[in-house]
Design a protein around this ligand. Structure first.
Ligand SMILES: N[C@@H](CCC(=O)N[C@@H](CS)C(=O)NCC(=O)O)C(=O)O
Length: 229
């Protein structure tokens, strides 16, 4: 039976923009696993209540409901060992570091850059939920939270340096071929691409720019074909 995944969508159901969903979508394509992606809105908590939490991605494999992208990635490698996302324990440990780096450093900066573009991409109920829940989380308005866009872009550029240096030596973060750490880093770029027209990278000769092009081309252009902002 094909796998199913709840996938965050906008007002336009074809706009799938969650970074956590994107990394799993790339991981499923990497393994060649056919999956039905079910559009899901922020306020549709009831449909995933079986997981006792309210975040996507949620993967359904037969009678198993899984949540949390990291847990799902580990599950996929265990259950479907073909084309590993992480080759061994050492790769798993290093990928753990990569995802913490992406989620604790890069995602926060990118969020500031794109946050004001998000509500306009959501349906009315989701937009209200998004603004209220984020303003509550940050203790300030989205405009104040976003801060200075030029400063954010500069900070993003500096924070990307370890990836930029790595990609000077190799095609992908994981070496000659992409694997889960690549999908994690790519997922935050793809998130921005789906909700915002602000360019995060402006130099086509930049190693990260070139890597992002390679990632957009993977699996018959899976990410490139997805509706962008
Ligand atoms: N740690 C979770 C985070 C998932 C997450 O934050 N998902 C967001 C979409 S990007 C979500 O479902 N948000 C729902 C909400 O804010 O209510 C994972 O890695 O899957």
């Amino acid at each position: 039976m094909a796998l199913k995944m709840y996938d965050l969508c906008g007002k336009d159901k074809s706009r799938r923009f969650s970074p956590f969903c994107w990394r799993i979508k790339m991981a499923l394509a990497h393994k060649g696993l056919e999956t039905e992606f079910i559009p899901w809105r922020f306020t549709e908590k009831e449909t995933i209540s079986q997981t006792n939490q309210g975040l996507v991605p949620v993967l359904i494999d037969g009678d198993r409901w899984l949540h949390d992208s990291w847990n799902i990635a580990l599950y996929l490698d265990q259950q479907y060992p073909q084309s590993p996302l992480m080759d061994d324990e050492q790769a798993k440990a290093l990928t753990q570091f990569a995802r913490y780096w992406v989620d604790s450093q890069l995602a926060g900066i990118i969020l500031k850059i794109v946050i004001n573009d998000i509500p306009g991409k959501l349906d009315e109920e989701d937009a209200e939920y998004f603004i209220t829940s984020r303003e509550q989380r940050f203790g300030q308005s989205l405009e104040v939270f976003a801060g200075d866009s030029e400063k954010n872009l500069k900070q993003l550029n500096t924070t990307l340096l370890p990836a930029r240096l790595t990609l000077k030596k190799q095609l992908f973060l994981c070496g000659d071929h992409p694997a889960y750490a690549d999908y994690v880093l790519f997922s935050v770029f793809q998130w921005a691409r789906c909700v915002s027209t602000t360019p995060l990278l402006d130099d086509p000769q930049d190693n990260i720019y070139l890597w992002r092009e390679r990632m957009l081309n993977l699996y018959d252009g899976l990410a490139r074909q997805a509706p962008a902002a």
